[in-house]
Design a protein around this ligand. Sequence first.
Ligand SMILES: *Cc1c(COP(=O)(O)O)cnc(C)c1O
Length: 366
Amino acid sequence: MTERVYNFYPGPATLPLPVLERARKEFLDFAGTEMSVLETSHRSKEYDKTHHDAMDLVRELMGVPDDYRILWLQGGASTQFYMVPVNIHTPGKPIEFVHTGTWSKKAIKEAKLFGEVKVVASSESDGFSYVPENVGFSENASYAHITSNNTINGTEWHYWPKVPGGVPLVCDMSSDLMARVIDVRKFGVLYAGAQKNLGPAGVTLVIVREDLLDRVPENTPTMQKWSTHATKDSLFNTPPVFAIYMSKLSLEHIKEIGGVREMERINRAKAKLLYDVIDNSDGFYKGHARKNSRSLMNVTFRICRNGRGDKTLEEICAAEGLQRRLVGLKGHRSVGGMRASIYNAMTLEGVQVLKEFLVEFQEKNQ
Ligand SMILES: *Cc1c(COP(=O)(O)O)cnc(C)c1O
């Protein structure tokens, strides 16, 4: 048996073992072609099936309505930071953001290249420790943009904001896609890099309501138009075949587990294990996020001595974690502290091991 660590990296992140094993098994002979999927024409009937199966699985698992298109694109979620305004910004109408962390900051910077940006709510002054409530968008906004899970700060939206009729809600779902049941109808556009919750790096999933495809100006470069890719089922040019193939295997795995509803149940149980450790630690562990904004995917915390975050203790914890095969627990450099990323593919068992380690670490060091 292959030895595996418990991988808490924030992305690229752990993948389900059965998915990796299946990929290994099929690696030299993809769908009976006696070629690797890496060598197969993207126009072959074998690849075509994988490609469309992957889209069908997204539609089925997320309950994507018929009037939404599913796109496989490249360039990461970061490319969508500008492709969104390229495709749906209406000149003269402001682009409205809720600013909840590093990723919304980057999305805001790109949107500013295209028009007026209004930040309607922000948690910046409080270290992005929460998701603002009761946010309001204006009726003449081009679109409203949110980041459903803030990977670095460890906060997550637990309600969807109201948007005035006709204003599409756009959501960067890179780090909590398919982690919980959502109503796709609430959104005009969803996008997510695959490498956190879905598959490997190299493909970005975009789900867009059909009517929004008509907004793009004609003189937009072909590759930058969502409509180009929608018309050709994301086979206009060579798609990232391996990343899509791996995503398909992951989607099948989610389906086998019992779909997104079951995934959500497991994710809630995982997150609860860690937040209970924090809440029962008498202040030894201090969560970064306010309780009602806590992320199910990225649990961020400091380790404290005399009530204050202690860098040395955190470094010791990360190092001792490594010895116990717990990898990737250091927080993002911009926030510090610790972060456990527990995406879909992280098992309940893995989180249980981390929990026991943290409880023990406290007993030894408090
Ligand atoms: C990781 C991440 C991104 C950046 O994704 P890339 O695929 O690296 O461009 C954007 N938004 C969120 C919320 C993320 O977690």
